[in-house]
Ligand binder design. Sequence first.
Ligand code: SF4
Length: 378
Amino acid sequence: MAGLYIHIPYCKKACHYCDFHFSQSLKQMDLMVETLCKELLMQSDYLGKEVVHSVYFGGGTPSLLNHEQLKKIMRIIQLEYDLSSNPEITLEANPDDLNAEKLGSFKNLGINRLSIGIQSFHDKNLSWMNRQHTGQEAIDSFFLARQAGFENISIDLIYAVPAENHDLWEADLKQAMLLHPEHISSYCLTIEPKTAFGKWLERGKLEVADEDFAAEQFEMLIDYLRPYGYEAYEISNFCQPGYESKHNSNYWRHEKYLGIGPSAHSFNGKIRQYNVANNGQYLRSIADDVIPAEVVWLSEEDQINEYILTSLRTKWGCNLEYLKENFDVNLLVEHRDYLNRLSLQDYLYQEGHHLILTDSGKLLADKIASDLFVRSEE
Ligand code: SF4
């Protein structure tokens, strides 16, 4: 099963924490849509004969697309790609873009899952992050989506906001539970160098939350959501039973996916392909019939280590048999003492052929994965 990702590289406003690729000038959106359609045609062989079971409109802000623009893209996908009988089709949306008419249009065009970028319900936090919407607008947009018939809605929440305390984070979680979305993605605020926050930090104008504060809020998140029936199926992703994101699961299970648009990337098992993160260069290159992508061959070591890193973040864990069969790597033999120690410390357990992190192990996921990495002889 394969996935398709379409990057819509436009935003009305730049959120202070965001380092995704987007432009705030919306003038060339029509041309961009034509060009995305052309790239979809040019890349239609990339996935081979694989059936596409998830389509994901990410960005940027895909909810800026109007009915005609989205219709053009959906039409090419339906004509040129082998969609499964019930594909998951997700569109990322900002609350301030959503109204009954727009939501109706998304529904009519086959979008069956919304990912709403709420981030926080506190106006002070939202304005500090330079979000375009208020907490109330976020709540209203969620109910509008329900009224429009969306039965699979994900919301994004950010934690470890420095100005926040645990009471405010708990209030955010409480409000989220009142909405009861099928899926929640919740990320720790990280400060990336090229963002506004990154620049503030450089100039000494921003204090970041310390690791303990972030860890406490992560534990609150897990403890708060569990009694409401949410399963932590990946470190940052929680869902009601049966509502795992097919699209994200594709990434973590190392399935094939094709990314269309500036900055989008693709993976076919052995090669990663990165489209240029520049709208002008992307438009010119596709006009010249050239996919503007950098191709990176993954060494066997890269493939193994990527697998360990991503699989340990999920509830399915790291499949020891998969590593043995595909790469002749036996973690149980090579790291016996270390794995025993982790197990005694209650960071990890083995279930069948799978190594799975406990809640406290998840806080150390990157370190544990890195300790298990395969390293070529130097
Ligand atoms: S967080 Fe979303 S809306 Fe904000 S700048 Fe980034 S892509 Fe745009």
